[in-house]
Design a protein around this ligand. Structure first.
Ligand SMILES: NC(=O)c1ccc[n+]([C@@H]2O[C@H](COP(=O)([O-])OP(=O)(O)OC[C@H]3O[C@@H](n4cnc5c(N)ncnc54)[C@H](OP(=O)(O)O)[C@@H]3O)[C@@H](O)[C@H]2O)c1
Length: 293
């Protein structure tokens, strides 16, 4: 991976930094000198990952935050811990996400894919936004997927109560990542905080392994030799988080470090505003937090 910039003095929070694309991004950004916070669900696994990130990057400034981000109470606790530990936050990399073949409910009674892939970054970003603004220039980078192009926000059945397909739920959540970013960029105009979103490329990680569809293992085995390595999959995240070229870029979707168009519906201002409002209601944003956006 090309080192494009010294990140000394910068603080970066990466959700889902214990494995896959997030861990590779953590190594790259720590190698550039950033203080890097990673999140994961399990303390021992997260501490072990942090130790390996320190060894691989030669940077001791790697911190662990433990949270199951499918739970809104845990996202709130995570935000409180980050605000306590980090007086400044230069980059928030919303990386955590996954695919579940079957429908699961979170502790909040919400469909897991929508809750983890979309509502968790929505809530975490909202709760950290003032800290990002006071650290400006700062960046919010969100990992989506080209699956956004097949997504549809089904306002009548957001949680897949009536019909659930793992693929549709994933596509919807990844389109929601894009629309969230476009709306966030608008709301952040003039603050010095940018919002970008990206497709990492098909990458060999543990993606989808928690709840596999029939035939998934065989499909992955066939595709694995053609997939990106985690380091390659992290390149666009790292570029948007650190590159001087990306300074000031906002409200755009990237793949292979280049801006790309997303599906037509993603640019519909009324739909992005509606999704924002529905998401704010679902995460119970208090009026002061909402006023910050
Ligand atoms: N891999 C691909 O081909 C591909 C393609 C397009 C987009 N993406 C996107 O890239 C992002 C990263 O995916 P990946 O492939 O690196 O996946 P991965 O290897 O499965 O890693 C997922 C990360 O998320 C964390 N995580 C999972 N559930 C969590 C939860 N409930 N609370 C907190 N953390 C949780 C995991 O940490 P712990 O298990 O330690 O908690 C791990 O660090 C996702 O947003 C995905 O949608 C991936």
């Amino acid at each position: 991976m090309t080192v494009t910039r010294s990140m000394s003095g910068k603080t970066v929070l990466i959700t889902g930094g214990t494995g896959g694309i997030g861990r590779a991004a953590a190594v790259a950004l720590a190698s550039m000198g950033a203080r890097v916070g990673i999140t994961g669900r399990d303390r021992a696994r997260a501490e072990d990952s942090a130790a390996r990130i320190r060894a691989d990057s030669g940077n001791r400034a790697v911190d662990v935050f433990v949270a199951d981000m499918s739970s809104q109470a845990e996202v709130r606790r995570l935000a409180d811990a980050v605000l306590r530990e980090y007086p400044r936050l230069d980059v928030l990399l919303n990386n955590v996400g996954g695919f579940w073949a079957h429908r699961h409910l979170t502790t909040d009674g919400l469909e897991h894919t929508f809750a983890l892939n979309h509502l968790a970054p929505f809530l975490l970003t909202s709760l950290l936004l003032e800290r990002l603004k006071t650290s400006a220039p700062a960046r919010v980078v969100t990992v989506s997927s080209n699956a956004q192009s097949m997504g549809r926000i089904d306002f009548a059945d957001l949680m897949g109560d009536r019909t659930y397909s793992g693929q549709q739920a994933y596509n919807q959540s990844k389109l929601a990542n894009v629309m969230f970013t476009y709306e966030l960029a608008k709301r952040l105009e003039g603050t010095g905080v940018t919002a970008t979103v990206l497709h990492p490329g098909v990458t060999s990680t543990s993606f989808g392994a928690e709840d596999t569809a029939r035939g998934w293992g065989a499909l992955i085995a066939v595709m694995r030799p053609f997939m990106k390595t985690p380091e390659q999959g992290a390149e666009t995240s790292v570029y948007l988080a650190s590159s001087p070229e990306a300074e000031g870029l906002t409200g755009k979707y990237f793949s292979d470090r280049a801006p790309r168009k997303t599906q037509k519906a993603s640019y519909d201002a009324a739909t992005t505003a509606r999704l924002w409002q529905v998401s704010a209601d679902l995460v119970g944003l208090s009026p002061p937090a909402r006023a910050a956006l």
